[in-house]
Design a protein. Structure first.
Length: 96
């Protein structure tokens, strides 16, 4: 059984690990994290040679894990990193 870390459930810890196991998702997370105000979906897609459906899948995995929040404005979506969740996950790993 995994110890809980700052409110992260065992399920969320597993989801984060799964999300970060894919190198493309890590690159997307880095790109989104480089901006304090968030990144538009179109900007993310321009930097990665993937279809819209594939990008949507990767973003959904990051969002489900709690690593990324998505703000929708009409037909546009803006992504931002949930630094509190990322910090809690890093803290958890540091204690292993």
């Amino acid at each position: 059984m995994l110890p809980r870390s700052r409110g992260l459930s065992e399920q969320q810890l597993r989801l984060i690990g799964k999300a970060l196991a894919d190198p493309r998702r890590v690159e997307i997370l880095k790109q989104v994290g480089a901006s304090e105000r968030g990144v538009a979906c179109t900007d993310v897609r321009e930097c990665h040679a993937v279809t819209a459906a594939t990008l949507s899948h990767h973003i959904k995995e990051l969002e489900t894990a709690g690593l990324v929040s998505v703000a929708r404005e009409g037909k546009y979506a803006w992504f931002s990193v949930r630094r509190d969740v990322l910090r809690a996950y890093v803290d958890y790993l540091a204690k292993i």
